[in-house]
Design a protein around this ligand. Sequence first.
Ligand SMILES: Nc1ncnc2c1ncn2[C@@H]1O[C@H](COP(=O)(O)OP(=O)(O)OP(=O)(O)O)[C@@H](O)[C@H]1O
Length: 247
Amino acid sequence: MTTCDIIQVINISKNFGQTIALDQVSFTIKEGETLCIIGMSGSGKSTLLKMINQLLLPSKGQIIFDGKNIESFVPIELRRQIGYVLQQPALFPHWTIRKNIGLVPRLLNWPSEKIQKRIDELLQLMQLPSGHFADRYPSQLSGGQQQRVGIARALAARPKAMLYDEPFSSLDPMTRSDLRKEVLYLKKNLNITNVFVTHHIREAFSLGDKVLILHKGRKIQHGTPDEIRSQPANEFVTEFIKTGYEE
Ligand SMILES: Nc1ncnc2c1ncn2[C@@H]1O[C@H](COP(=O)(O)OP(=O)(O)OP(=O)(O)O)[C@@H](O)[C@H]1O
């Protein structure tokens, strides 16, 4: 471990009954790094992500976040420090966009003025002008706009890390490409560690400083996109990369 490792995943295994979803997986993520996790359906990507923010507990092993075992965090404290963006943003339908984005700061009892200021900042950052969007309801926004709100909500309390679980998979290719650029912009301009699950190899290689390849719950390779391209760990990785580029 070095001092700038913000997340350490140490020998994690997860079973659901007879199913081994993850099998002795270890890796570390440095502060400010973007890690993309890729693998085929059922390879354990979402299970791993959910364990980083304590939605699931490991069967074996441990996860250290910012120097502390994540099991020792009170859940709200972990939510403040780790934003979570899902495939469907799951906004509260009867709440305005403003109220949705302010969720975590309200739970943390921030003063109202500070919450409103932060919401306006985030709407601007996500290119959703406040005058147009703040008082609308989620159903009055497109899928891509809703996902922008989902990202704004996850960023609201200035987390140290963001987890993205296939956030663009239900969007059309153009919107997907716009949002990918937005995530690249956030990556360059906010000093946040990102863990991004995708099954699009191009997406993983364009967004990730590092890429982790999982297969049947096992870590197959962990390295920079260049390392993986130039020195694939085995035949599976070679084929997987080739298939991805043919998509
Ligand atoms: N709550 C659960 N109960 C039982 N089995 C589960 C549960 N969650 C996941 N699994 C199993 O664990 C394995 C890994 O699932 P996981 O959702 O992590 O894969 P994934 O790589 O994210 O897949 P996808 O790309 O399809 O979302 C699968 O075999 C899945 O069926």
